[in-house]
Design a protein. Structure first.
Length: 75
């Protein structure tokens, strides 16, 4: 949940924010003014799972991780 969202546009930087849940590393890409100029009036959020390149498998996309997430923006 993001409280006082309108203030975060100035205070919280655009970029990638890393976190770990369930033994997996994830990141949220956060763009308070949209990912590009066409989306400048919108927030853009992306949740991405980081894959471990240390395993012997050549294809990281065969790993299955189920996750549920939600975003709440409250002003």
């Amino acid at each position: 949940m993001v409280r006082a969202y309108s203030r975060t546009k100035e205070e919280l930087p655009t970029g990638t924010h890393l976190f770990t849940v369930g033994g997996h590393d994830w990141y949220v890409d956060y763009y308070p003014n949209g990912i590009n100029k066409d989306c400048a009036d919108f927030i853009s959020l992306y949740v991405t799972l980081l894959f471990d390149d240390d395993d012997d498998d050549d294809d990281p996309f065969d790993m299955v991780v189920e996750a549920m997430f939600s975003f709440s923006l409250i002003d």
